[in-house]
Design a protein around this ligand. Sequence first.
Ligand code: PRP
Length: 190
Amino acid sequence: MAQAQRLKVLVSRADIRRQVRSIARHITHDFRGEQVHLVGVLKGACIFLADLVREIDLDVSMDFMAVASYGRESNSSGQVKLIKDLDSSIEGMNVILVEDILDTGLTLDYLRRILSERRPKTLRIAALLDKPSRRIVRDVRGDYVGITIPNQFVVGYGLDFAERYRNLRDICVLVPPPELDNHGHPGPKR
Ligand code: PRP
């Protein structure tokens, strides 16, 4: 019989709040007197973006994109496919791509390539979590990064396991760790 999994807190809600505020302060400082356009990557980033936007003391607008990834671990040329595009043009705007986690870097590498072709004034990356040990695309770096975490599968604060746990206030690890397929998604037993 499958063993029940429990949740162990890796990053507490208080630490998350501190990091979100710190990132927002940096963005507010860097873009003083300008407008910024936050682009959230669905679905994981929605909770982070919702908290972040309320801490930024600037004229802010936002939009969302959704992507699907294939071949994350098994293939270093892993592909990312656009599922939902932006609603409007970003030409001439200060765009900040907002992600819950920077993992292999494939998602952000793809997104920064397609968005930079649309001629924003600036294009930066904000990621609450960074897992550098899993990076495949080496030159993808966050401009605003919260917490560097070890190579553990995390859930909560927007991050899911088989669509569960996104609503947790803390970022947690599952004990024992879940079985994942090559794509980092729930394995065949789930
Ligand atoms: C997660 C996360 C990032 C991406 C990062 O999304 O939200 O978008 O993976 O991984 P990468 O750096 O290896 O590309 P996921 O595909 O799990 O979808 P979700 O946001 O809908 O949960």
